[in-house]
Design a protein around this ligand. Sequence first.
Ligand SMILES: NC(=O)c1ccc[n+]([C@@H]2O[C@H](COP(=O)([O-])OP(=O)(O)OC[C@H]3O[C@@H](n4cnc5c(N)ncnc54)[C@H](O)[C@@H]3O)[C@@H](O)[C@H]2O)c1
Length: 311
Amino acid sequence: MAVYVVTGGAGFIGSHIVEELLRRGENVKVVDNFSTGKRQNVQVFNSKAEIIEADIADAKNLAEFLQGADYVIHQAAIPSVPKSILDPLKSHHANVNGTLNLLLASRDAGVKRLVYASSSSLYGDSPTLPKHEGMMPNPLSPYGAQKLFGEMYCRVFTKAYGLETVSLRYFNVFGPRQDSTSQYSGVLALFIPAVLQGRRPTIYGDGLQSRDFTYVQNVVEANLLACQLPGVAGQVFNIACGDRITVNSMLHHITKIMVNDIAPVYAESRAGDIKHSQADITRAKEHLGYEPKISFEEGLRHTIEWYRAHL
Ligand SMILES: NC(=O)c1ccc[n+]([C@@H]2O[C@H](COP(=O)([O-])OP(=O)(O)OC[C@H]3O[C@@H](n4cnc5c(N)ncnc54)[C@H](O)[C@@H]3O)[C@@H](O)[C@H]2O)c1
C-alpha cells in the first residue's frame, strides 16, 4: 500500500481522485484550505482519509506533513480564468507560490513523484487544432500563465533536484460534485442545474466556441497512471477525449437527455475565453497507456443523474 497526498482533495477533481485511491485500498492524506473545496465532498471519504486544513502557499510545516508520502497529486489552485483576471495577485499566490512551496516540501520529504494539474488554457487561442504538447504556449489570462509557471517549476525540480514530476494538461473537466453555485463555475455545472430548474442558461458569445469536454473519471485514471509509470518524469501530457463539441451542441445534448427544450440567453463573450479547444492525446496514450474510457455522452448522463439527486 502506498501513501498518497492529494492537495485540493476537498475540491471537485481532487475528491474523485481521493475516492478512487480509497477504493483501491491506498493510504490517503488530503491538504485543502476549503476556499472552494466543500465539507460535503470530504464526507464521501467516510473518515478513511486524513484531512489537514492548510494553505499550501503559506503553510510552514508542509514537509513534515509529507513525510512518508510516496506520491503527491497536486490539484489545489484557484482554478478560474475570470477570477485570475479580476485578482491576478491572489490567484498567483495560490497557483504559483503554492506550487513552489509544495515542490520544495516534496523534495525535502523525499517524495517519489509529484503529479501536477495543469491546464489547456496555457495554449491560448492559436488556430492550430488539435493542440499538442510540442506547441508554443501562448496564455491569454493570468491563470493560463500561472499554470505554465507551475509546469516549468515541476520540470525544473526534476532537472535540478531529481524530484520526479509529471504535468497533466486537463481540458474542460466535468462530472458529479463540480461546483454549480458560482458565476465562475464550469459551463456544464451551470447549464445542467439551470435546465433542471427550468432557468435559461447563459451562453457567452455565439455558442460556436468548442471544447474537449472530459469526464472526471478519465482524469482520475490519468493521475493514477502518471504516478506509477516509469520513464515519464519531467514530461507534460494532454488529458482529454481528443474530440470537441460546441457549447450550443452541448446544451442540445443536455436538453435532449432531460427532455426539456429550453432556449439559452446569449451574452457578450468574456475576456480571456478562447474560441476552440481540442487535445491531441497521442502522447498520453503512448507513454501513459491513457484511454478516455468514458465518452462525453456517458459522462453527461452520469452527471445529470447526480445533479438530479443532489440539487
Ligand atoms: N475543472 C477543470 O475543467 C480544470 C481544467 C484544467 C485544469 N484544472 C485544474 O485542476 C485542479 C482541480 O480543479 P477543480 O476543478 O477540482 O477545482 P476546485 O475549485 O473544485 O478544487 C480546487 C481545490 O483546491 C483547494 N485550494 C485552493 N487554493 C488552495 C490553497 N492555497 N491551499 C490549499 N488548498 C487550496 C480548494 O479549496 C479546492 O478544494 C486545479 O489545479 C485546476 O487548475 C481544472
